[in-house]
Design a protein around this ligand. Sequence first.
Ligand code: CMC
Length: 422
Amino acid sequence: MPDSVTITDNRTGESVEVPIVNGGIDADHWNKLLPGIWFLDPGFGSTASTESAITELDGANGILRYRGYPIEQLAEQSTFLEVCYLLLNGELPDKSQLDQWTHDITHHTFIHENMRKRFYEGFHYDAHPMGMLVSAIAALSTFYPEAKDIEDRENRFIQINRLISKVPTLAAMAYRASIGMPFVFPDNNLTYAENFLSMMWRVAEPSYEPDPVLARAMDVLFMLHADHEQNCSTTAMRVIGSAHADPYSAAAGATAGLYGPRHGGANEAVIQMLRDIGSYDDIPAFIESVKAGEGRLMGFGHRVYKAYDPRARIVKNQADEVFKITGRNPLLDIALKLEEIALSDDYFKSRNLYPNVDFYTGLIYQAMNFPMDMFTVLFAIGRMPGWLSHWNEAVDQGVRISRPRQVYTGPAERNYVPISER
Ligand code: CMC
């Protein structure tokens, strides 16, 4: 049997045989046979928007690999900065490459004083940190106008370095601004995750010493979020990048996409849901209300995973380690029971709805004292290398500007009616 599909235009009897390559067919064949006939695919359920060599996601079998390396092995043995290097460059670094990369990231964590003194102070006292982060990332483009030169690969990597270095600083500043605490400057003696925790929590101590278990948990969570192929925010990054916008502007757009409760905002929504449920006894009634269409079970379901999200399993194990230090999050019992009931219920089973990465991350963040409105910010720090890897790959590919078509369903031509006659 040939590995191909045949498309026939029944109006003319013309057909074209299209080879299936890497699990996809080239839409160009369709366009040539059927000009002006568009695939109607809202939400891109059947559309591969690009070829990519970064992340492999097999949703049916619960497999996630960065550049071929299973997420389980990376979470167990690697570090976030090593994973950033891997995603961006395609290979794990050797010792000297990793040392250089770590040095470069560590020494670009400071931001312009105008950002701190004028920009952040301009926000309202109760501004959401995600709103601040989106704006702050966009504002960076005004400090680095040379970022517009995206054709120069070396210049691209300078901006990539800056974004990965500075996003924890911007994130921690958003938090400190929201609680009226002075900003903490980056500490170059700390690792990436430790430095972020220091900028979040340091008060008057001469140097901040984070608990190694919590710093490792933070690093692992960043790794788990580092990439997830063509999700909503990454697609936003690639689409904006295809217009040749600078990477700060594109990353601000991606961060805005992440903000939504169906995407990165779900971790916050999970805690809200667990709080609203309140007690064990109320779980069955809550499940029934979800089944009746009165809301969604947040932290469950995924467009691509139709099996247990492999990241959720790793997060669940991390939670055990974190709770040994912080004490058990009281909402954990409700979460575990909710998962048990949902996984044995036909509604969820028949729709392949399993816990996703967001179901347990919020519990860890909460136990580590992060306020709920910082949860998605943590996701954004982790996802930055993924966004940038895809942006860089797309520029290397020389992709055309993203410009999908539509199937028009509005009125046919009609004449303007003066307001007095309407
Ligand atoms: N609770 C209850 N029912 C659900 C849920 C849920 N969480 N998710 C999907 N369904 C139902 C949905 O009602 C539909 O049922 P029916 O066929 O009877 O109409 C069916 O399952 C298919 O749903 P869909 O909306 O077509 O699925 P989707 O692929 O468009 O949406 C999703 C994926 C993640 C947006 C959705 O599952 C959801 O809203 N989940 C809750 C939010 C969440 O946890 N998001 C985090 C995603 S993972 C992290 C990330 O990548 O951002």
